[in-house]
Design a protein around this ligand. Structure first.
Ligand SMILES: [Zn+2]
Length: 254
C-alpha cells in the first residue's frame, strides 16, 4: 500500500524520482498550552491537516504539490514562564528556513509556500532576506487568516477559542477535554490605548493576559462548525496552490 503521493513523509523515491513538483508546502506550527482542554500539539494538528487536505484537493486538479513534514516549534517568547511552551526564536527559525530553502532550490523546485498556523510566527521578514539569494519563489500564508472566520463562528477568538476548539473537535475529537473543563479564555487588554486599539504593537506577556492560557471563549465550539470552516479554508488554499503551480514565476504581475 502506497501513501498519499502529495505527502513527502508517506511517499517514496520511486514516485519522487518520476514526478516534477511545482509547489512545496512547509507547514509550520507551535507546541504550546491551549487553555485547559486542547492539546499542546493543537497548532501542529491543525496545520498538518489543513496542509494535507488542501494539497489533496490541488493534486486532484492536476497541481503537483508536495507537503513537507511540519516544523513543530514556534515563537513563544511571550510564554517562557508556561512549562513546555517550546519556544524557537525567530533567528533559529530563519536558519531552519534558510536550510530548507537551499535544499529545495538545489533540487529545482519552483515554489515554496510556508503554511503558518501560529500567531507568534512571522516569516515575512525572513522571506525578504532569503528571496534574493534563491531562484525558488517564496511566499507565506497564515491559514487562519486566509478567509474571514466571522461567518463560521459566534466569536472566533485568538488562541484556543471557538475557532481552534471547533477545529480540533472536528480533526481529533479524542484529544479534546469536555468543554465543562475548559477555562473561559478571558483576556486582559492593554491599558495603553494605542496598544489596545492595535495601531501600536508589542508582544503580549501571556501569563499577564490570561489565567487559563486561552484568549477567546471556547464554549460555543462544535465539531460541525470546525468541519465547515476546515472545508472552506482548504478549498481556498487548494485554489491558490493550483493557480500558483500553473504560474510562471517570471510573469507574476498582470
Ligand atoms: Zn493555536
Amino acid at each position: 500500500m502506497a501513501g498519499r503521493p502529495y505527502i513527502l513523509a508517506e511517499t517514496n523515491w520511486k514516485s519522487v524520482r518520476d514526478t516534477r513538483y511545482d509547489v512545496a508546502i512547509l507547514p509550520w506550527g507551535a507546541t504550546e498550552a491551549h487553555n485547559y482542554h486542547l492539546p499542546y500539539g493543537t497548532d501542529v494538528i491543525e496545520t498538518d491537516a489543513v496542509a494535507a487536505e488542501s494539497a489533496r484537493r490541488a493534486w486532484e486538479r492536476g497541481a503537483r504539490v508536495l507537503v513537507l513534514p511540519c516544523i513543530p516549534f514556534g515563537v513563544n517568547t511571550g510564554q517562557l514562564d508556561i512549562p513546555f511552551c517550546m519556544n524557537m526564536n525567530p533567528s533559529t527559525q530563519a536558519a531552519v528556513l534558510a536550510d530548507v530553502t537551499s535544499v529545495l532550490d538545489a533540487h529545482g523546485v519552483g515554489k515554496l509556500v510556508i503554511l503558518n498556523g501560529h500567531g507568534g510566527n512571522d516569516f515575512r521578514l525572513m522571506i525578504r532576506e532569503l528571496q534574493p539569494k534563491v531562484r525558488l519563489f517564496l511566499c507565506t500564508i497564515n491559514w487562519y487568516a486566509c478567509l474571514d472566520p466571522k461567518p463560521f463562528f459566534d466569536e472566533p477568538g485568538d488562541h484556543a477559542g471557538e475557532l481552534e476548539t471547533s477545529m480540533v473537535q472536528h480533526l481529533t475529537p479524542n484529544l479534546v477535554l469536555p468543554l465543562s473543563e475548559a477555562g473561559d479564555g478571558r483576556a486582559r487588554r492593554f491599558a495603553v490605548a494605542g496598544l489596545r486599539d492595535g495601531w501600536a504593537w508589542a508582544p503580549r506577556r501571556w501569563t499577564r493576559v490570561t489565567e487559563d492560557t486561552g484568549v477567546g471563549n471556547p464554549k460555543a465550539a462544535t465539531p460541525e462548525k470546525g468541519a465547515k470552516y476546515f472545508d472552506a479554508v482548504t478549498e481556498r488554499l487548494a485554489g491558490f496552490y493550483a493557480e500558483l503551480a500553473a504560474a510562471d514565476p517570471e510573469q507574476l504581475y498582470a
